[in-house]
Design a protein around this ligand. Sequence first.
Ligand code: GUN
Length: 297
Amino acid sequence: MAARSFSPLDASAMTANILDGNAIASARRLDIQAAVKQRAERGERPPGIAAILIGDDPASAIYVRGKERDCKEVGFKADFRHHPAEITEQQLLAEIDELNQDDSIDGILVQLPLPAHIDDDNVIDRIDPRKDVDGFHPYNIGRLALRRPTLRSCTPKGIMTLLESTGVPIRGLDAVVVGASNHVGRPMGLELLLAGCTVTTAHKFSRFTAGHIRQADIVVSAVGKPGLIRGDWIKPGSIVIDVGITRDAGGKLRGDIEFEVARERAGWITPVPGGVGPMTRVSILESTLAVANGEIG
Ligand code: GUN
């Protein structure tokens, strides 16, 4: 019996193609901006995003500022709110109720992590699933699991766009997702399964993560531990996606994957920063436009 099935990946490439999330997201923002102009010409209001930031986590503040900048660039209404860490869960839920009813708002984002006294699940559950442009609501994850996706989880959606940009047909490929979080790892596995990949999810209890990765045509790592994935584990010619983003002691942003070694083996690889992050943000804009256009049931 043949040891391995046919793989369309070219194992002879020397240095990986860089999957430039900044460039791809920037081109897609231009398309979104054009769609917003067309809506205006038809007399339709701009799509609207409401975002809620709680507390003073510097990384969250940077992410939210980026989302606000994106909204301005494409011509969306941006209703961004910042509350002190002491806000109660009841107050936050009441604000979500109000945004759920607001007809000028198509997408609602609550930046995570939340302070410990607020239950993330209660907050996510309260967002109207038809405005859940992060794609975190159990309804939207359930729809993806049942092969009837509606609003898709933003980071996996952005990664699927990056995979499409390679031009490689991924149906039948072996994919390994490292990390089983609710917001990235789990929906990522569901997206890859929907696309016809054979999916393995490795997580903190997995015993043979390196062995799985050595055989993978696609690796997606979403853990947040710099250097977790050794470059010499990467299968030649494979597609390598790094969702991890951690600031090291020197202030430099680092992914999970040993980039300099991995790039000499992979066919395609995302940089950190500038790979997955911009794609997550543009996915949120795309989903919000789809809601405004009445494309989400
Ligand atoms: N915190 C880190 N990433 C995200 C994200 O994509 N959405 C939200 N709401 N919070 C986050």
